[in-house]
Design a protein around this ligand. Structure first.
Ligand SMILES: [Zn+2]
Length: 477
């Protein structure tokens, strides 16, 4: 039963049929996968092929990409006022587009989405849920999603997670991201609902309350941001909580740089084998990225096209060079308010596709996200210092200052890093300079008091949500 269903689903996904997939069939397939696992303990040989998707065959990839780009562009030219105009201005025939012609389509920026959101809405699609970006870079963009999109992504996500054993019926997910990240929250809740597993949407409440929920009610999977994870690890340390107090089997994070120091501390504190550092972004859902064991960020070629573009010329970045990720989710995986060549401004290193040599080598890949393009610092020597360089160096200080609060700027040709008193405690200026140098960062060090330090760098866990648990006793109560 499952084998037949999987074959049919592969066919539907690989035929580039330009029709919407049946979300009801997808939900039944998730049921079949669970029943097969219950009976046989493993999903069967064909399931791996489904996970790799139709893009797994390297010989078929160029044609698949071109077909998908054309299908998506053709629909946008008919239904999206923004892209109809854009293709005409660039003298692009959407029915003829390929990866070369694609380079003549200007990238879409967050600014476009903020200024003209209505022009991205496609005729004929029914908006159901609005979601706003919750990153730390300025005004939010608002994306409308259709009911079909949410059901489709939840179905595809549930099926892949069940077949990978990332999601079991007896799992309980604790969502500790901003409650305003409605797409992420609804999508995860819908995915867990399809499998019949538990889901607790907690938001970024005071860390002690999140720890109480994890410890007392026994969540098995935690979804959060690296900065909030840092707060949880510190709070657990203060309370003397350790692996025996939790029953987590995995932690998933995304949206910020996860440093090796914090990842190791989270593994020790919560007793998990792995903290999964995934790539995901509201504007380009459902295209996501996963790290392989070689440390590449791999993208699902079925869902969309991923480019690494030179930061200045917007041409493809050469292997080894820095570039920004530009992502085009394909139709029929996105229908309501799609983007085409969306410039995420997330900086990565381009990789040579023929030399990946890892277990996920058939899926397109880049290096890990190094930070936002406007946060790169260039020294007169030509050296570029990235937010990842700084977060990793600061978070490996012996004081465990998680999440990293710092400011960095180039002053008179030298890098200056500002840190809090408590972050540099025990090391002083000279010791901190030495520590940064041992991480490959030659910098002068400035120190501010702790109260001021919280304003040095915005992080996602700054979106704290208050509760009445620890509020003062009310007058007259
Ligand atoms: Zn890899």
């Amino acid at each position: 039963m499952l084998e037949t269903g999987i074959r049919q689903m592969r066919m539907a996904m690989s035929m580039a049929l330009g029709r919407r997939l049946s979300t009801a069939n997808l939900a039944r397939l998730v049921e079949d996968a669970l029943a097969t696992l219950d009976e046989f303990g493993e999903p069967g040989a064909d399931s791996a092929a489904l996970l790799d998707g139709p893009g797994a065959d390297p010989a078929a990839q160029p044609e698949l990409v071109a077909d998908s780009l054309r299908r998506t562009a053709t629909r946008l030219a008919d239904r999206s006022p923004f892209y109809a105009r854009r293709f005409v201005a660039a003298e692009i025939n959407p029915r003829r587009i390929d990866t070369d012609a694609l380079r003549r389509v200007p990238v879409t920026c967050k600014r476009d989405l903020i200024r003209r959101p209505a022009e991205f809405r496609c005729a004929g699609a029914t908006p159901h849920l609005a979601t706003r970006t919750t990153g730390t870079t300025g005004r939010p963009a608002e994306i409308w999603l259709s009911r079909y999109e949410l059901e489709l992504w939840a179905g595809l996500g549930a099926l892949a997670a069940v077949l990978r054993d990332d999601l079991r019926r007896d799992d309980v997910l604790q969502i500790s991201v901003s409650s305003r990240a409605t797409a992420s929250v609804h999508l995860n809740a819908a995915t867990y609902r399809l499998v019949g597993a538990g889901c607790r949407v907690l938001g970024t409440v005071p860390p002690d309350e999140a720890l109480d929920a994890l410890a007392e009610d026994g969540a098995t999977v935690l979804l959060t941001s690296p900065s909030y994870l840092g707060e949880l690890v510190n709070a657990a340390g203060r309370r003397g909580l350790g692996p025996d107090d939790f029953r987590l089997r995995r932690i998933d994070v995304s949206g910020e740089v996860l440093s090796p120091s914090l990842a190791a501390a989270a593994r020790r504190t919560f007793g998990v084998a792995e903290v999964k550092d995934n790539f995901g972004m509201t504007e380009v859902i459902p295209v996501t990225g996963r790290l392989c064991t070689a440390g590449h960020l791999h993208f699902d070629a079925t869902m969309g096209y991923v480019e690494v573009l030179d930061l200045h010329t917007c041409e493809p970045a050469a292997p080894g060079e820095l570039g920004t990720l530009a992502i085009t989710p394909y139709y029929p995986y996105r229908e309501c308010m799609p983007v085409y060549r969306y410039d995420t401004r997330d900086v990565v290193r381009a990789l040579a596709p023929d030399h990946l040599g890892c277990e996920a080598a058939t899926a397109p890949a880049s290096g890990v996200v190094l930070g936002k393009a406007d946060a790169l610092l260039r020294l007169p020597s030509g050296t570029i210092v990235t937010p990842r360089d700084l977060v990793e160096a600061v978070e490996s200080l012996p004081t465990c200052p998680w999440p990293a609060r710092y400011a960095a700027e180039v002053v008179d040709g030298r890098l200056r890093v500002t840190l809090s008193e408590s972050a540099v405690a025990g090391l002083g200026h000279a010791g901190t300079r030495e520590h940064l140098a041992s991480c490959g960062i030659e910098a002068d060090v400035a120190v501010v008091d702790d109260a001021e330090a919280q304003y040095l760098r915005a992080v996602r866990s700054d979106l704290h949500e208050t509760t009445f648990v620890s509020s003062p006793q009310r007058l007259g109560a």
